[in-house]
Design a protein around this ligand. Structure first.
Ligand SMILES: Nc1ncnc2c1ncn2[C@@H]1O[C@H](COP(=O)(O)OP(=O)(O)OP(=O)(O)O)[C@@H](O)[C@H]1O
Length: 337
């Protein structure tokens, strides 16, 4: 469905002077700096997938999405989506895709969503019977019967997001780009939206999901593409990310005497939450759990303990960090909060 090859986007930005002399010099000539936001990325996505597209702030996610939705021309490289080049065949292309941006509404504030839906029907040229059928189905699935007749400004965030989804799905797109679709929602609303995405996916819709919410990823995606500084640093199934965690476990332990900075080999203090309480991480391949409990208890006296598997967030953070940042992150571990 999506084939991306060596896609690159460089922005040219004007350097701003800070000192008076620099500002005066800028009046005559402003130096230009190149920002390589996306640096030769290649990947493909099959029909029916939900792919999480992840990365830290400034990694190049939005720039990639803008190119794939046809809003932005790349500096170089190619993309073919459903046989079209997004930025060259925009008008035919937008009829086949949908987009939901958690931070940007596509509805109109003062009019009810139903009127905005009707406008989209006209823009996309959706025939009346197909429009009715899809609208009825979406309204029932998202349980928004009455809401769509209220002015958008009177809706709660969760209610509005449901309507944003209807707006994006009414023309029955084959591919939908989601950018932070559950941002700001409470747990119940998040669950509803996730359920809806999974339903649509079962009906054959492909989703590209950009989010900082790793619960969205765990709930929906089987595969993740991680981008950092414009380059892809991981592209595989989520279970491969999880397997990188190996036998590592996160433990919160309260002891009778304080833990030193290196309590035992294979144990890392991630955070001290209290003088006698710390979050530690262990590698059970180096130190089996049974030995950890025995030795911690003998040396420091265990008062309380809870053990959890590490979240996928940990591996992703490690992917985000380059070797230099990993070293400095390691040197700050163990500091009190
Ligand atoms: N219009 C622009 N002009 C110049 N530089 C830009 C422009 N848009 C983005 N950038 C730069 O390109 C890089 C990638 O930005 P982008 O918005 O694609 O990142 P992102 O991964 O979406 O980040 P976030 O998670 O914060 O939204 C950043 O360094 C950003 O400052």
């Amino acid at each position: 469905m999506i084939e991306v090859s060596r896609l690159t986007k460089c922005y040219m930005t004007h350097e701003r002077g800070h000192t008076l002399r620099e500002i005066a010099a800028n009046l005559i000539r402003r130096p230009v700096r190149e920002v390589r936001a996306v640096d030769g990325i290649s990947f493909s996505v099959d029909r029916g997938e939900i792919v999480a597209f992840l990365g830290p702030n400034g990694a190049g996610k939005s720039t990639t999405l803008k190119m794939l939705t046809g809003v932005l021309h790349p500096t170089s490289g190619e993309a073919s989506v459903m046989g079209m080049v997004p930025w060259r065949q925009r008008s035919a292309y937008v009829k086949r895709i949908g987009a939901v941006f958690g931070q940007k509404s596509q509805l109109l504030w003062d009019i009810p969503p139903i009127d905005a839906f009707y406008m989209n029907k006209a823009i996309y040229g959706v025939p009346e019977p197909a429009y009715r059928r899809t609208l009825d189905q979406l309204v029932e699935l998202l349980d928004v019967g009455e809401l769509i007749r209220k002015p958008t400004r009177q809706l709660s965030l969760g209610e509005r997001m449901k309507c944003e989804f209807i707006m994006a799905m009414l023309h029955q797109p084959d591919l939908v780009f989601l950018d932070e679709p559950t941002i700001g929602l409470d747990m119940i609303a998040k669950e509803r939206i996730r359920g809806f995405i999974a339903d649509m996916n079962r009906q054959g819709v492909t989703f590209i999901l950009t989010t900082h919410d790793l619960d969205d990823v765990e709930a929906l995606a089987r595969r993740a593409i991680v981008i950092n500084r414009g380059e892809i640093v991981f592209d595989d199934e989520l279970h491969v990310l999880r397997s990188r965690l190996g036998g590592r476990k996160a433990i919160r332990v309260t002891t009778e005497t304080p833990l030193p900075d290196s309590p035992l080999p294979g144990v890392e203090i991630v955070r001290r939450t209290h003088a006698l309480e710390a979050d530690i991480e262990i590698d059970t391949a180096v130190l089996p759990l049974k030995r950890l409990i025995g030795e911690l208890n003998d040396r420091y006296g265990i008062h309380d303990m809870s053990i959890e598997p590490l979240s996928i967030e940990t591996v992703i953070k490690e992917l985000y960090l380059g070797p230099v940042e990993q070293e400095s992150a390691a040197s700050t571990a163990g500091r009190s909060e």
